[in-house]
Design a protein around this ligand. Structure first.
Ligand code: ADP
Ligand code: MG
Length: 491
């Protein structure tokens, strides 16, 4: 079955080829029967028979790691099977085929490593009203303190409330109204949610509302904060930058998971402390809870966790319908003939489950479709229009349990060992690798991962993640090993 690329000259004729194929199949079947499907596919799924020269069968695997594992654990058994099934073979030789292309497994923090850039304003947000907290002097500081422009459309009145975001919305409204002068209730307010679930919308809404009360507001993305701070340092106006930041009523920082760099974090921490101590409101958004902001210093994390932390979950179907309807209503302002019946709306809401951004995309496609065809929208035409959004919905979900099983198999320990409190090196390393993989391949938080690993503390998980991250960079074999496990889990 896997007899490619078997060199033709090594074989006598077609019947030899066929019988060799059959023999190779039998070797694989027997291995599978002896080892079980999990172990077999982990270790032998990509084992190929390259050719047979004289008494030697040449086999190949894609990585050094696989090679050394098979060599040290299964060499004798594999050779015995080959000898039995191929009468002329006495020996096995195993090699690594080709150089493997390693997928760039970036974590979201280090992947954002163009360190400083001005805030990215999506193209469709060019209606920004240029709201700023700036005065003309601000320009001297490389626009650092002008803040990022606010999008006019991202207001409370356009923010639709459902089960998943009711709490965050309520907290945001309280903060916005309270910023009219009283001491902050929740400080900082920390909102976290996955991509496209409305964080930026809510933050802009707070900033609009607060500035409408005549308060001094700065809205910054984390990278803009970094940009501001670093350019102020260069221009030797850092002090000025700090003073001005501290002279505002509300500081809003979006996507704080991108904040990086030691001195910048220090500065961020000082700013937080100074503003909070002075009774100024801070609102922060990130794609994960403070405890999971691994690149941040412990002090910053605990300061962030010290106010109110609220999560916004996935948009439920009722909320998705509301958002779609609202988008259709506003599209109709420009295109009065655009009509979508309730059946189609509910169909789209059922199919596009991911986030608000995809819902916007879906409505844009329906609009384009209706503009082009002029006809009434049916479920069939809607299906065609949003097909690509539905397909790209979710990458394959990796389960923590699968990670534990596979890692256990690979390191020849049991899953129970991984979950146990045993501390021998032979168990600790696979356990740490499994925790690391759980962190990079799933959306689970550190505390959740800790729970799933026998009730461990989130700091233990964080320690494991950092340890493996470091070790992978220093140890090529381990790197292969981890890459391979990753791919096995994601295929
Ligand atoms: P995030 O910052 O969390 O990635 P955004 O705030 O940019 O997400 O939201 C993505 C899109 O979805 C925006 O167009 C936003 O207006 C819309 N959206 C998300 N949640 C809501 C909501 N509750 N009501 C109305 N629109 C929403
Ligand atoms: Mg955002």
């Amino acid at each position: 079955m896997m007899l490619s690329p078997l060199k033709a000259e090594a074989l006598d004729d077609h019947s030899t080829l066929r019988s060799d194929n059959e023999a190779w199949d039998r070797v694989r079947r027997r291995l599978r029967a002896e080892l079980g499907e999990d172990v077999f596919s982990s270790w032998f799924g990509r084992l190929e028979l390259v050719d047979m020269v004289g008494e030697v069968a040449h086999l190949s695997v894609p990585t050094r790691f696989l090679k050394s594992w098979i060599q040290s654990h299964y060499h004798d058994r594999l050779q015995a099977l080959l000898v039995e099934e191929f009468k002329h073979i006495a020996e096995l030789s195993l090699s690594v085929r080709g150089a493997i292309a390693k997928p760039a497994a970036k974590n979201p923090i280090s992947s954002n490593s163009e360190p400083i850039s001005v805030a990215r304003i999506p193209a469709d947000r060019n209606k920004a009203d240029g709201f700023t907290a700036a005065d003309p002097k601000g320009a001297q500081e490389g626009d650092a303190l002008t803040g990022a422009p606010l999008d006019r459309r991202l207001t409370f009145s356009n923010f639709l409330v459902g089960r998943s975001n009711a709490l965050a919305h309520a907290a945001a409204e309280r903060v916005a109204h309270n910023a009219a002068g009283d001491a902050p209730l929740y400080n900082p307010l920390f909102v976290h949610a996955g991509v496209g679930l409305g964080k930026t919308h809510l933050l802009h809404a707070i900033a609009h509302e607060t500035s409408a009360h005549g308060r001094r507001v700065i809205y910054l993305t984390a990278d803009r904060f970094m940009y501001g701070f670093v350019s102020a340092l260069k221009a030797q106006t850092a002090l000025n930058f700090k003073e001005r930041l501290r002279g505002i009523d509300l500081l809003v920082i979006d996507d704080v998971q991108f904040l990086q760099g030691k001195s910048i974090q220090q500065e961020f921490c000082h700013t937080l402390n100074a503003l909070i101590d002075a009774g100024r409101q801070i609102v922060i958004a990130a794609d994960r809870p403070p405890s999971d902001l691994e690149s941040l210093d412990e002090r910053v994390r605990s300061r962030l966790a010290g106010g109110l932390v609220v999560e916004m979950g996935q948009l439920d179907e009722a909320l998705r319908i509301k958002i779609i309807e609202a988008r259709i209503t506003s599209a109709r302002l420009h295109q009065p003939t655009f009509e979508v019946n309730p059946t189609v709306i509910s169909y789209v809401a059922k199919m596009v489950v991911s986030n608000g951004r995809d819902l916007d995309g879906a409505v844009n496609r329906l609009l384009a479709h209706s503009t082009l065809t002029g006809g009434a929208m049916t479920v069939e035409s809607a299906e065609a229009a949003i097909r690509d959004l539905v397909r790209t919905r979710e990458p394959r979900k990796v389960k923590i349990e699968d990670i534990q099983k596979l890692v256990a198999t690979h390191f020849n320990v049991s899953r129970a060992d991984i979950l146990s409190s045993r501390r021998s090196a032979s168990v600790v390393k696979p356990r740490q690798i499994a925790m690391y993989l759980a962190k990079v391949l799933t959306l689970r938080s550190l505390p959740e991962i800790g729970r799933r690993f026998g009730g461990r503390d989130h700091t233990t998980v964080l320690h494991a993640v950092r340890k493996i991250e470091g070790a992978v960079n220093a140890d090529a074999t381990l790197k292969d090993d981890v890459e391979l496990l990753k791919r096995m889990l994601q295929d």
